[in-house]
Write a new protein. Structure first.
Lengths: 620, 620
């Protein structure tokens, strides 16, 4: 087994595909990390905006959280229906393009692509950010840490869906388990103390209120909290990754993820109110995250605290994994509709669409490098992509049921319709609330991406119409080509080339570019070694042509001559023989001129349909 | 006229060569800058070592300078003889290898190559160093300034020998003129004051003596002063660049350069003693160069002072130009003996050996970048290369005259013999005196270079013996090759490929790699579009072969199959047709798979003498 196989895994046969399929246990780490880890930053983002309200703020968080949970429930029901309707993976792109037309589909595609790339960058940098705030000595290495995690995620994901699920099982379930324990114990304590439990470690005092609640503030808080909903569409996009019964497994996975997320959001909100926990100023010195305060208050600062915080950190960093799972599937689907390069359709050695992973890693590392690994400011951006995709997908489902008709169609339409309206309104709120924070970038990027995709589609359509042919092969006029052989001195390479030319065609032309002014010598060599013996054998003697080259250029006169030949013989193909020396070791390359390579390149660039290049290698 | 032509000059025809030849006027800037600029640092280097002797030191500088001048005279006479004997350019390499054997020649070649590269780096950084000490604000930009000068020199030199001479006329003759004026006026004043002239601006007081003269110190001073002799071999190496009468013009140029250098060295030494000028500590704050002190003492600090200092700075920086003139000629000569890659033999558009210039610029910029533009420490190194070359060249000339015999041979042998012994002793002195300062690097580099050159020669010899052929073309067994055509779906590209294959040979095999498990579809397409119509026309139907690919690889099974075919048919050539889509714009490249490129590469790497690649381009 080679080292490469050891790292990347042995290649998987196409027939092994079923064994790569996963169930809900592995499905949660693969598709759920993005959604679940949102519990760590969604409530935090909302509460941070409530700081100016003081104690009053934390009373509002409960109602806002439950509004988000209700939205989550609507989205959940409609995605379940999507999974039922699209057993091969019904991402927003598929649903929107099939039911609302190509433009809506492209809108969803662009939104989702941006969303996944941002999610990968933000997930990794959030994890590293938390790690760095725990160990400030690591601060100068932020970018290096981000790129290292990106590399590790890539290596794991390149091994395939199944191995990824296994690799991330432990941190995922540790995160779920510890958070559930905190919420459960916290809830019991709160009930036992009739809603006023005493925290083991008291959270920082809430600041004095400096402003009043306004509708605008409420909208902004809701929009920030909604970042907790990103990643919910992942399962419906990746249905094909689940094992039989595919749809049931996918729905079961989605249910578990959504229920857990609801418990987390609701539990965190209620406990924050019960324990009087509010956000601390993230730019101040006394900053402490909501979850850190909550765990301290409920469980104290023992080993459990550090276990739970460790699990949160790793799940944040690994939440990028959802992008690895879905981005390649998304780009494959788009590429199948000719809107992205066809390489995204190729399945790699481990049955993955590896080019999608490469593209994701490329864009993510560019983002990380540009922002130096600090991508917090990108958080508002990716909720927009997610909600745009939600809305289009739900609206698409409404049309889907309408077209399908039949029993229960109206009920389905109502469920998806509510989802569409709710997520659509949320999208507007988020867009308005976050416009100046960077959401405007998305409103430029999405149209740009759409234009790019339309351009790609147009190119493919044109190519197809150009090379398309609906008749059988023509077998008339199979005349031999004219073969051109560049000639320098008389070597075995020259002999091989001339012989091969004579095998292919009875019309051969040898061309000597006279850059060194030694025409007589070449003529004599030709007469002795080629013309005389061939004439004696009674065969057609190849023509010898001299090209003058006052400026000592070798290739340009040759290429011009070949183009001229092609013009002179309009119904004939020209085959240019290029003898090439192949060295044994790469470091011998500079010892030989690269004219053969250059000639091939020039003929490709300047040639046309009737000029072919025949490469005659000579191995040393 | 294109922008490129404007910068690099129009291409020159081979027949225009004579017009590019130069006379003594342009020869001095082209070949003499290295030697003449030495006057600016040779005496300085010697006097710096004499600082500990105080006033006594500057009395010794005269005798040491005259010893160097005597050595210069010996070298001059022997190089004149070399020019007579080698009208096509008698660099140390040619003389040593023709008369002392290949090993001596390689020793000279390695020494000279290192010498020229060091000279370019040191010249430029010395010029920039002087500039920076005049304008300390430029200090942070040292490296950028060095690379800019390198670029300018390259651009000028790329225009050819003649244009270079014209471009450097002004600074060169300004330098010569101002220095001559200073020496003349200084001498007149000194004579008028009976050897004790009053300086217009008094030089800094000489320090109190702290040590006594020792033989070891004297040797070191002499070795340092000898750096003034580097660059003297340049003319004899570049004889071919001069116009008719070639040898007379070359000798006239050499004479002017040597006489000027002698006047400079003698004049500076005598005036230093007369005006009491000694070196100042180069690391101290009161540092002032010898020439600066001398010009101030003789002429004061008026406009003339700044004109002269400016000329010195520019000549220092331009002294790198000697390397540009000689390095490419040297590498060409070595490449003609197969000891360096043959590209060095190609003459570029301006009749120059441009690859040599590229190599020189490459190595020089690497040196400049490694040392951050401060290459002062390299100065001792390059005297060694120069003196090694002197010695080998003189010794070679002794053998040359011995072989030639005849009238005057003995006289010639004596002249060159004295030269060889004198420069040989100097080489030993320099080597011992500078060994710990870095000369040891040269003793490693030279053997390494020699080994490299021997390896290159061995490679060329082996290649020649492999491809050499002393019989005419064989014209028996001209059997058609077996043509292999990869097949995917039925397009115009497929048809074109199949048609071309059928034109070339009656034995054609179409190969489909079944990576997507659609064998039946391909079989049906084949039957309808190819097999049936060809059979109906009564022609030989190509074979269709399916290759299974459980791991979805496309290229590997194809290459394996071709290699197997080649093994199965030991007396046949295999031609592999590679249809390739050529896009109109480079940015369309990622939209199409690069399998054609990869297949060509794989076949080249893994193929053998009997596998040819035929490229069928399809232009969109």
């Amino acid at each position: 087994m080679s080292f490469f196989d050891l790292v990347a895994g042995k290649p998987l046969a196409t027939s092994e595909e079923r064994a790569e399929h996963i169930g809900p246990i592995a499905g949660i780490p693969v598709f759920g990390l993005d959604a679940l880890s949102s519990a760590a930053y969604g409530p935090e983002a909302a509460l941070t905006l409530l700081i100016p309200l003081g104690v009053a703020g934390i009373t509002h968080i409960v109602s806002i959280s439950f509004a988000i949970i209700a939205l989550l429930a609507i989205v959940f029901f409609s995605y379940c229906q999507t999974i039922d309707a699209y057993p091969n993976g019904g991402g927003s792109y598929t649903v929107a393009s099939e039911n609302l037309g190509e433009t809506a589909g492209l809108l969803a595609a662009a939104a989702l692509m941006i969303d996944y790339i941002l999610n990968a960058a933000v997930g990794i940098s959030a994890g590293v950010g938390a790690l760095v705030s725990a160990f400030p000595a690591l601060l100068p290495h932020t970018l290096a840490l981000c790129l290292t995690i990106l590399l590790i995620l890539t290596l794991i994901n390149m091994r395939g869906t199944k191995d990824t699920g296994v690799a991330f099982l432990l941190p995922t379930y540790l995160f779920i388990g510890t958070l559930l324990v905190v919420i459960l114990i916290g809830a019991i304590r709160a009930i036992a103390a009739s809603g006023h439990p005493v925290p083991i470690i008291a959270p920082p005092h809430l600041p004095v209120a400096t402003s009043m609640l306004s509708l605008w503030l409420l909208a902004k808080v809701f929009a920030s909290g909604c970042t907790a909903m990103t990643g919910v569409e992942a399962v419906s996009n990746g249905v094909a990754a689940f094992r039989e019964p595919t749809q049931r497994n996918a729905k079961r996975t989605l249910t578990i993820i959504i229920v857990l997320l609801m418990v987390f959001l609701g539990g965190i909100a209620l406990l924050c109110r019960a324990y009087g926990i509010g956000a601390t100023d993230p730019t101040g010195t006394g900053y402490q995250s909501i979850l850190s305060q909550l765990i301290s208050a409920v469980m104290g600062r023992g080993w459990f605290y550090y276990l739970a915080i460790g699990a949160i950190l790793s799940v944040l960093a690994l939440s990028a994994n959802t992008s690895y799972a879905d981005f390649p599937r998304l780009t494959r689907t788009i590429a199948e509709h000719d809107y992205l390069p066809h390489v995204f359709k190729i399945r790699g050695r481990r049955l993955l669409y590896s080019h999608g992973i490469v593209a994701l890693v490329g864009f993510t590392s560019v983002l990380l490098i540009i922002f130096g690994g600090v991508t917090d400011r990108l958080i508002p951006l990716f909720a927009i992509g997610a909600f745009l995709a939600f809305t289009l997908s739900q609206a698409g489902m409404v049309m889907h049921w309408k077209k399908l008709g039949g029993k229960g169609a109206v009920r389905h339409m109502i469920v998806n319709g509510i989802g569409a309206v709710a997520t659509g309104i949320t999208l507007l709120v988020v867009l308005v609330a976050k416009f100046r924070d960077g959401a405007w970038i998305i409103t430029i990027l999405i149209p740009a991406l759409i234009f790019l995709m339309i351009g790609i589609k147009r190119h493919y359509t044109r190519v197809d119409s150009e090379i398309d042919i609906d008749r059988p092969i023509r077998i008339d006029t199979l005349t031999q080509p004219l073969v051109v052989v560049p000639l320098d001195r008389w070597t075995r390479i020259t002999e091989k080339g001339l012989r091969f030319a004579m095998k292919l065609s009875s019309q051969v032309e040898a061309v000597h570019v006279d850059a060194e002014q030694c025409r007589a010598k070449v003529e004599q060599m030709w007469q002795r070694n080629v013309a005389t013996p061939i004439a004696q054998a009674g065969q057609a003697v190849p023509r010898l042509v001299f090209l003058s080259s006052p400026y000592r250029f070798v290739l340009m006169p040759l290429v011009e001559h070949i183009l001229q030949l092609e013009r002179d013989q309009p119904d004939r193909q020209i085959a240019v023989l290029v003898p090439e020396l192949v060295v044994k070791h790469w470091w011998q390359t500079p010892l030989h001129n690269q004219r053969a390579q250059l000639l091939k390149l020039l003929l490709l660039l300047r040639g046309n349909q009737r000029i072919m290049v025949i490469n005659i290698p000579w191995y040393l």
